[in-house]
Every structure is written in C-alpha cells, then in structure tokens.
Design a protein. Structure first.
Lengths: 86, 158
C-alpha cells in the first residue's frame, strides 16, 4: 500500500485511521459523530489495547486458578482434550 | 451449557481469512494449556503458572500470524529470546502536552510489538491487525474459561 516511492498520502493515512476506528468497540464509536481527530482516535486505540492486555493477564490468572484444581484425570482436563479434537 | 464458538463470534467482520489462523491459535493455545497443566505440580506457584499461560496466549497469537506480520515477527523474536514479556501499560508522566497525533503514535508504538521501528503508516496497519488478533485471543481464553468453569459448577455425578 505504501510501497510506492514518494510520500504517503493523507488519503492513505485517513483510510488507515478509519479502518482502525471501525475496530474500536461500539461504545467508543458512538460518542464521536463523524470523523474524529487522528490524535483522539490513537488515544482511544492505545487505551483499548491496554485494556486487552489487561484482559489477557486477568484471564491468565483465572485460568491458573481453575487449573490448580485440575489433575490429569479430572473432567476439566478432559474438556481441554475434547476442545482439541476436530 | 451455552458454548459460544469463538470462531464465529464477530459476524460483521468480513475477515474470513482469519478463520484458518483462529483454528491454529486455538489448537496451539489449548495444547500449551494442556502441557502447563501436565507439568504443573501442587507446589507450582500460582503466579508462575499464570505467567506461563499468559506467555502461551501471546505465543499462540504470534504463531497464528506467523511471519506475515511485523508485529508477530517482533513478538516471536521476543518470545524466543526468553526475555520477560512485558507491554508497558503505565504512561510516563511527562510534562509534555500530548497535542499532535505524532505523540500518541509514540505511545502506540510501545504497545504494539515491533512498534518502535515502524513508520506511521505501517504502525496503523499493524495496529489494526494486532487488535484483531488480540480480541480473538481474548475470546478464545474466555471460551476456555467458560467451558472449564461451567463444568466445575455442574459436575456430572456418576
């Protein structure tokens, strides 16, 4: 996309920015009618990613908790095994 | 037990090319989970196991995107170097006012693997893909959580 020699056009940037905007959660999108400033969008993107990182960490903790109660013969282990089957 | 398949989750996302990599992500993550569970002893620390799971999550993401993406290549490098997996979440409190989108881009670069070496355009592209992958991974973990814990609450009594 930006492989051509020469400057990256504003249009390309805008396209990427609105693509990003479409990935942000609905609630954030609705607050801003029409176009947002790139700066605001990037800020929202940053906090969205931080939130996702936190979720991964939180879910890791909770999975760790659950797995503490499992042993290789427990039904929970069987669930994981079954999720692996096609 | 309601099992919402995480692979069919986001219907308004026309990215069907993600489907194959979603399966790869799932099988990789589940295998890792199983390994962790097998090698986890009663004396394993909760924190250690949690760290391993978290690491497995990012590994699954990276492997599903493979060498196709700059962020996944950077993440794979990070994982292979066995460096401590860390994504800065605390903003440094500088006095500099964050006015222009270039400043926010700097913040974003620290959050996306490989960010520091990307130009603005590349950063936006990679961020979009990284977000898609992250949300898929989160949904996957949630699905596994739901499956295991719903079983724990409604065990089958022989």
């Amino acid at each position: 996309m930006s492989g051509r020699s020469g400057a990256i056009t504003d249009e390309e940037i805008n396209e990427l920015v609105s693509k990003l905007q479409s990935l942000l959660p609905e609630s954030r999108r609705r607050r801003s009618a029409g176009r947002v400033s790139a700066s605001k969008l990037l800020k929202e993107t940053c906090s969205y990613i931080k939130g996702l990182h936190r979720e991964v960490e939180d879910l890791s903790d909770r999975l760790s908790d659950l797995m503490a109660t499992m042993d290789s013969n427990s039904p929970q282990a069987e669930i994981i095994r079954s999720l692996l089957r096609p | 037990m309601e099992s919402k398949s995480f692979t069919t989750g986001n219907r308004d996302n026309p990215n069907t090319d993600l489907h194959g990599s979603k399966n790869m992500m799932a099988s990789h993550f589940l295998r890792a989970l199983f390994r962790i569970q097998q090698t986890s002893t009663s004396s394993s620390s909760f924190a250690g196991r949690s760290r391993r799971i978290r690491r497995a999550a990012y590994a699954s993401m990276a492997y599903s995107a493979g060498a196709r993406r700059a962020w996944s290549r950077a993440l794979l490098r990070k994982l292979r170097s066995r460096a401590r997996l860390r994504f800065p979440r605390r903003l440094s409190r500088t006095a500099r006012p964050q006015r222009r989108d270039m400043d926010q881009a700097q913040v974003l670069r620290k959050l996306v693997p490989g960010g520091p070496s990307m130009d603005y355009c590349k950063l936006l592209e990679e961020t979009a893909d990284y977000i898609r992958c992250l949300t898929t991974q989160v949904r996957l973990m949630q699905t596994v959580m739901d499956s295991i814990s719903s079983y724990a609450h409604h065990p089958m009594i022989p």
